[in-house]
Design a protein around this ligand. Sequence first.
Ligand SMILES: Cc1cc2nc3c(=O)[nH]c(=O)nc-3n(C[C@H](O)[C@H](O)[C@H](O)COP(=O)(O)O)c2cc1C
Length: 179
Amino acid sequence: MEFTQLLENRRSIRAYKENTQISVETVKELIAAAQQAPSWKNSQTGRYYAVSSKEMLARVKAECLPEFNQRNSRNAPLLIVTAFVKGIAGFDNDASPVNELGDEWGAYDLGLQNSLLILKARELGLDTLIMGIRDEVKLRELLGIPESEEVVSVIAVGYRDIEPKKPVRKEIEEILKLY
Ligand SMILES: Cc1cc2nc3c(=O)[nH]c(=O)nc-3n(C[C@H](O)[C@H](O)[C@H](O)COP(=O)(O)O)c2cc1C
């Protein structure tokens, strides 16, 4: 798929086809695409927890997502919990923050990675929903995510069962200043 078309065609999908599956090979393809992103000193601090077994999928949805996101991700056969290792991106070798953003650089790098992940998903005919509203403590417990990592989003992956309208974007003039 041509890149501009891919950008236009990707949508946050909140209704997925029933009884679908995503193979481990495909999961690895998505993560490999994410890994192509640039990162602070090539530190690659993004971490991924892919959940697709029936029992774990049901538990993560029921125990770690609020009701509206359970609904939004219903029938999605894959959830990817995204995290990053703290204290590396944005930090000197002596562990002091290089500037005021500190660990926000880790979140920045993860966001770059996740952009590639959701675009790769679309290229493969898959759809996604990034969910920022989730229970971090329960995700940690259930998936054994260590305190050295910051838990960020949960990305639902599946096949769209809806053709949503594109939410309106701001005018370029509103977000760009030219000097
Ligand atoms: C960081 C982040 C967190 C989000 N959290 C949620 C969420 O918890 N639930 C949800 O339904 N959508 C969530 N979204 C999806 C946005 O609402 C969506 O991207 C936005 O409305 C634009 O629509 P589009 O992705 O189709 O272009 C999130 C998106 C981002 C980038």
